[in-house]
Design a protein around this ligand. Structure first.
Ligand code: A2P
Length: 343
């Protein structure tokens, strides 16, 4: 007997990718339900070679549904995730609404799978921010080898991280530049076409943005609270794929060659690091791929035990949909969840 899985936000960037990945990985689902707002009622989304009609979240009864993959933004999660969880359905929540609560596990399966057992307190498991997911996949094996003291990250984040409206805005502005139409900015605070914007999410009192704070808080929660982390998060005119320039300071010595060998063996990582033209990964090439790609591995001679690396991944996949489905697979493979119908 398989599971009944609901996807909330099934018409969005991440929701559609969740449907693709569930089908690709043959997740043991007997039934998959696509949910979105009343605006999308009866629109169609693809699930493998099938078409699903979208249902309205507002009047959907979750009793009998085993797993809900929630990706409709923080406000929808705050309103619905606890109600869904109370109906006995495990919520894997892609928003930031529950990530920092001590009784909600925040999971990247390659990094902290054992923390998942804590989900029974609230029946909610949080999926990390897209920038954090790929970062910790690359940091974990290096941390295990040489213990990370401090990390400095600059992100280059694609517009798909801001949802389908973000992708439309980049497309429309780019077109407008070529045909000399006026440029409209609604989703982003400044023009994104042929530009970069050092501002993602809201500003905090200390001058950092919420996106930058999320990378810091989540890396500590998932990997190790003793690591010092600082971040600058930047939106770039790329449709899919987040890139990160990462400077790492370790407690023990680690050479670039050692780091390369460790990352080659690490789960979820793929090293592409040739010192020649094109011998590195770019976001355009990672779209549709599952791996976290690591390139440009170099020693940083300005600090003791320092390395620089370049990390690239599909933000809609490892940064969101894939990680959520890996969490669902972890629940199933560890026998932490039984199909409601079978019970
Ligand atoms: P809808 O298409 O009906 O608005 P993205 O992040 O790519 O913009 O996608 C957001 C997803 O969240 C969409 O599927 C959207 O559905 C869904 N969504 C937004 N608000 C709600 C809501 N109030 N109830 C249910 N789903 C929502």
């Amino acid at each position: 007997m398989g599971f009944k899985v609901a996807i909330v936000g099934a018409t969005g960037n991440v929701g559609r990718e969740m449907l693709n990945i569930l089908a690709e990985r043959d997740f043991p689902a007997d039934e998959v339900v696509a949910l979105a707002s009343s605006r999308s009622l009866n629109t169609e989304v693809s699930f493998g070679d099938r078409i699903l009609k979208v249902k309205n979240l507002d009047n959907y009864d979750f009793s009998g549904t085993d797993i809900c993959l929630m990706s409709a933004g923080g406000a929808v999660s705050l309103k619905y995730s606890p109600k869904i969880a109370q109906q006995g359905c495990v919520v894997i929540d892609n928003s930031s609404a529950y990530r920092y609560e001590s009784d909600v596990p925040l999971i990247v399966p390659e990094v902290n799978p054992d923390a998942i057992s804590g989900f029974t307190k609230r029946n909610i498991i949080a999926n990390p921010n897209c920038s954090t997911a790929q970062l910790v996949v690359a940091l974990k094996p290096l941390h295990d080898y040489a213990k990370i003291k401090r990390v400095v990250i600059s992100t280059y984040q694609s517009v798909s991280g801001a949802g389908k409206d973000g992708m439309d805005e980049l497309f429309n502005q780019t077109r407008a530049v070529f045909v000399a139409d006026p440029i409209e900015s609604k989703k982003f605070t400044k023009r994104i076409a042929f530009n970069v914007i050092p501002h993602i999410d809201t500003f905090m009192e200390d001058g950092y943005t919420k996106e930058e704070w999320k990378v810091l808080a989540e890396t500590k929660k998932i990997l190790d609270p003793s690591i010092r982390v600082t971040c600058t998060a930047v939106r770039v005119p790329v449709f899919i794929g987040h890139s990160e320039s990462v400077n790492i300071e370790f407690e023990r010595e680690i050479t670039a060659d050692e780091a390369r060998d460790i990352l080659r063996e690490a789960p979820g990582c793929l090293v592409i690091d040739k010192h020649e033209n094109g011998g590195y990964m770019t976001p355009y090439e990672c779209a549709g791929e599952d791996a976290t790609y690591i390139s440009r591995i170099r020693e940083d001679a300005t600090v003791e035990n320092g390395l620089n690396i370049w990390v690239v991944s599909d933000n809609l996949r490892k940064g969101a949909a894939l990680n959520a489905i890996q969490i669902a697979e972890l629940l199933v493979n560890r026998g932490l969840i039984k199909a409601a119908k079978a019970a």
